[in-house]
Design a protein around this ligand. Sequence first.
Ligand SMILES: Cc1ncc(COP(=O)(O)O)c(C=O)c1O
Length: 445
Amino acid sequence: MNIALKLQRRTDTSASLFASAQEVIPGGVNSTARATWSGWEPYPLFVTSGSGSHVIDADGNDYVDYLLGLGPMILGHRPPRVTRAVVEQIENVGTVFALPAAAEADLARKIIAAVPSVESVRLSNTGTEGVLYATRLARAYTGRRKIVRFEGMYHGFSDGVYWSKHPKIETAGPDARPVPVPQGPGLPKGVEENLIILPWNDAEALRSVIAEQGHEIAAVLTEPMMCNTGCILPLPGYLEAMREMTAEAGIVLIFDEVITGFRLGLAGAQGIFGITPDLSVFAKGLGGGFPVAAVGGRREIMDLVSDGTVSLAGTYTANGIAVAAANATLDELNEPGAYERLYAVSDRLRHGLEEIFKASGLPAHVVGLGPVLQVWFSDAPIHNYRDAERHADQDMFRRWWLGMIERGILFHPGAYENLFVSFAHSDLDVDTTLAAAREVVATLS
Ligand SMILES: Cc1ncc(COP(=O)(O)O)c(C=O)c1O
């Protein structure tokens, strides 16, 4: 990390809070994405509050927030309807009973109404658990053990899938058939025998692995848009081919819509791309900032849970706060015209950035769909993780990030993360962002 690129904005309080936190919290933070080694060098900003599309840091700096908690704050910070529902639940109802409540079926019905591929649905607390549930269901349903997952994706941190997220490609095998690389020590050896790692956006690689090992493959697990390597769109026909091949081979197709679900639209990425997966996992967009996730899909598969054949448990699953928050979030997302407004603001931002980069002559392009986007500094197209590793200029991204954050525009310092737009972002926020971008881009050229 180039020392000269360290954060210059007045953030002394964050620096001292971080020093203090490091004494008692390993790494000073409670999740990898907030750690210095994820880009928050020399320290992450400490937040004091958020409101709508803005957050205030510990030194009183105000930011237009495109980090949005890495996705969940789809309605912005402290959305009134969700806040009221949660407060009401806590003050007048209660939180955990280890007994069902009517509101759970209300929520299930709303999810089913929103996402046509979902015939029945179970809740969990996080995306990690949701993916774990989905892969377990797929294995139980097919009686097979292997899961195909794609290099550069993230499906949570459970032992079975926390492999080949962003491996060093020199140690990760051939382009067409990567080898599983653990996220670090501590993942039990042998787990990788149940994994097949493939390059994304490569239908032939999938076809050949299914031809060889299809009878052992329980599921193909994929993000429908590759949000965990800087927002890569599926090539035309790729998801369709994946759907066709998995259906023919009796393989469960799992869409991990933890980021895209309820964010790209009520029916998620599958609604936008017109693909029907067998199982889907939803999380961030579902809870309006509260921890709740869902796994749902074909009744035939989900029915394995009905009689306890497959056990999905959890003290806190469907707790009162999660269910109240998700019910209120979905009510808000169901308001007429909601996504049209979200897309209008998001598209203004993306097109504005595109124009600025085009005029600059920099080798940069803006990628994404609606309220999820990222800027690639690359003169080559990027269709998968190895393209990104080979062509994306990370130093240039760092300078872009630094210039923007110094001007009060907040997003994650990692080029493989995304910028998120919320329902609370306004045209004024976009104007402020584009004005900052013009200044920063002038310094990059
Ligand atoms: C696509 C995807 N799947 C799963 C997860 C894990 O979700 P959680 O952090 O809620 O456990 C994430 C988190 O960022 C994700 O982006």
